[in-house]
Design a protein around this ligand. Structure first.
Ligand code: AMP
Length: 228
């Protein structure tokens, strides 16, 4: 175990940047019979946040966005990791998994009631090491919802969003880097879950409502239905 920084409860990612990860590392913190985890993945601008909002409303998911948690940690005064997160996000790279996984785990503890909960984890896992580490030490996922979207559509959406989002990474230069990271580092995670039969792939082209209809149909194939 890397040392934990007491003030924030986060491990120091610089001390052990790439720990060996195996499923026998440790047992999951959360009981998967009580806690449901669904990941939502897709390229930048594929509509993860937009579709998540519908899923929260209709399915009662607790939504945790890895990007939002990282941006909050980046802005938290006194954060040990603020600058590291800031530089990594602007550069379209992947924040070290020790930081990201710990932020997610902390957020899950904070939102859980009676040790049960249904989490929709957005923009995670974006790299194979995160996937292996989270599944073995935090909670195995039920399935991954993958929003499949061509780059030209995503680019147009991001540039549009960039006019008002104020995000440091919604600009042409950062977008190019984010696409590269997505193809090289994040797609292998989707491929992995597709191979083991836990991925639901839907086309993210079309209107918000059209995409959502496909999402609902896809989740139904995994036995996940809206709340009555
Ligand atoms: P998003 O808000 O999902 O578009 O993420 C914005 C940025 O936050 C990404 O380009 C990464 O730099 C960082 N980030 C988001 N999710 C993760 C993750 N799971 N692991 C590491 N870095 C992440």
């Amino acid at each position: 175990m890397p040392p934990i920084i007491p003030s924030v409860g986060l491990p120091d990612p610089t001390l052990q940047p790439d720990p060996p990860l195996t499923s026998s590392n440790s047992s999951p913190v959360f009981d998967p019979t009580k806690v449901t985890v669904v990941y939502i993945l897709g390229g930048p601008g594929s509509g993860k946040g937009t579709q998540s909002a519908h899923l929260v409303q209709d399915y009662g998911f607790i939504h945790l966005s890895a990007g939002d948690l990282l941006r909050a940690e980046q802005d938290r005064s006194g954060s040990e990791y603020g600058q590291l997160i800031k530089d990594t996000i602007k550069d379209g790279k992947i924040v070290p998994m020790e930081v990201t996984v710990k932020l997610l785990e902390n957020a899950m503890h904070a939102k859980l009631s009676n040790a049960t909960g249904k989490f929709l984890i957005d923009g995670f896992p974006r790299k194979m090491d995160q996937a292996a580490f989270f599944e073995s030490s935090v909670c195995p996922s039920t399935c991954t919802l993958f929003l499949d979207c061509p780059e030209d559509v995503m680019k147009e959406r991001l540039l549009n969003r960039g006019k008002t989002s104020g995000r440091s990474d919604d600009n042409a230069e950062s977008i190019k880097k984010r696409f590269k990271t997505y193809v090289e580092t994040s797609m292998p995670v989707v491929d992995h879950f597709e191979r083991d039969g836990r991925a639901v792939k839907v086309s993210a082209v079309g209107t918000e409502q059209e995409v959502y209809e496909r999402v609902v149909e896809g989740l139904a194939t995994k036995g996940i239905s809206p709340q009555k």
